[in-house]
Design a protein around this ligand. Structure first.
Ligand code: FE
Length: 143
């Protein structure tokens, strides 16, 4: 069976395996570039200290240290934990184009990046809570 294959850099997971591994709501967001409802998601107003990791593969994505309240109703960050862990892709819509943020390892959709964030980067990483799992600080201290 070849449900999952790691080539040293990228994790290739079959669609059948993603369906098995993710909830239907996660699949819609993470594999079909969906967007979860604002203000009705797990992390938009979440203030614990720790690390947010990819819900698809566990890759560390964001620290609570760079999380801020953007007022949008989605968890927002001004910087990724490791720049190489996120990859950008142009998301061309009918009227505007946005920049999609995906996991560098498994390719799952995480959210979008905008240029209206706070200092020091002025970036806003607008994430879906469904695309992330959270590890409390104690658990992630070895990172
Ligand atoms: Fe991932």
């Amino acid at each position: 069976m070849d449900e999952e294959h790691f080539d040293g850099k990228k994790l290739i997971v079959s669609d059948k395996e993603w369906i098995r591994r993710l909830t239907p709501k996660q699949y819609k967001v993470m594999r079909e570039q969906g967007t979860e409802p604002s203000f009705q998601n797990e992390f938009y107003d979440f203030k614990d200290h720790g690390i947010f990791v990819c819900a698809g593969c566990g890759l560390p994505l964001f620290s609570s240290d760079t999380k801020y309240d953007s007022g949008t109703g989605w968890p927002s960050f001004w910087e990724p934990l490791f720049p190489e862990n996120v990859t950008y892709r142009e998301d061309k819509g009918f009227f505007s184009s946005r920049t999609e943020v995906i996991c560098s390892r498994c390719g799952c959709h995480l959210g979008h990046i905008f240029n209206d964030g706070p200092l020091p980067t002025r970036k806003r990483f607008c994430m879906n809570s469904l695309s992330m799992n959270f590890h409390k600080k104690e658990e992630s201290s070895s990172l």
